[in-house]
Design a binder for this molecule. Sequence first.
Ligand code: NDP
Length: 244
Amino acid sequence: MSLQGKKALVTGGSRGIGSAIAKRLAAEGATVAITYAGNKAAADATVAAIEDAGGTAYAFQADAADPASQRSGIEQAAGALGGLDILVHNAGIVEFAVVSDDTDENFDRQFGVNVKGLHVGTRAALPHLADGGRIILIGSIASQKAFPTNSVYSATKAAVAALARGWSKDLAPRKILVNTVQPGSIDTDMNPADDEFAPQAIGLIPLARFGSAEEIAGAVAFFAGPDATYITGATLNVDGGVAA
Ligand code: NDP
């Protein structure tokens, strides 16, 4: 187990990709805390799955879009874990609108969760994060490939990758490594592989299928682990080849 003794926090760990990341980091030996927005049942289910497998996990409600709530969640998680070695910013939302129909609220909500939540959360976590620690951001290939109705979300995810590149420079003196994983179409509540838009999406994917949350978790475990000691400021697409 490559993360034995490590302390990991995954934001938005109750469902989908975040839940798979939390379970994978725990399977590698890390003690894990997750945050969630409102779905306590799903958060409890993730914790129970980790504990059933012999791990230790905690869950805290924290709205990434609300700075006070985000800070409180990070503080509680760091307190329960007794510090942090790995921070995974996974919480994210998407709203669809063509620009002519878009709204200030839509813009602010997506930037609030997907970008400001990471900025607030990282600043709250840094006093607790060990030197040599890891920060992994979940972006999207939408940062570099446009889709209709998706421009604001794309802009948030371009900002995510930019934050990671900047933080990799800022935090290099502490040997904290910062990288971004950019998923393509991953089968979750946000993007079900069986909805009406899925066939069109699959038509664009060279590997001709949606990815699984576990396939994103594998990339995160790599960036969190002992084989990724000389990688920082990088962006890895896990997308079945869409962005190539
Ligand atoms: P889901 O909608 O399936 O799950 C979202 C998770 O984030 C839930 O745990 C949810 O908590 C949490 N969350 C949502 N809003 C907030 C908030 N304001 N504060 C704290 N937690 C919040 O999404 P995915 O698993 O599909 O996506 C995870 C990440 O991956 C996101 O950043 C997304 O943009 C990115 N991504 C996903 C892709 C996909 O195809 N699925 C593709 C590319 C990127 P709760 O359960 O309480 O609601």
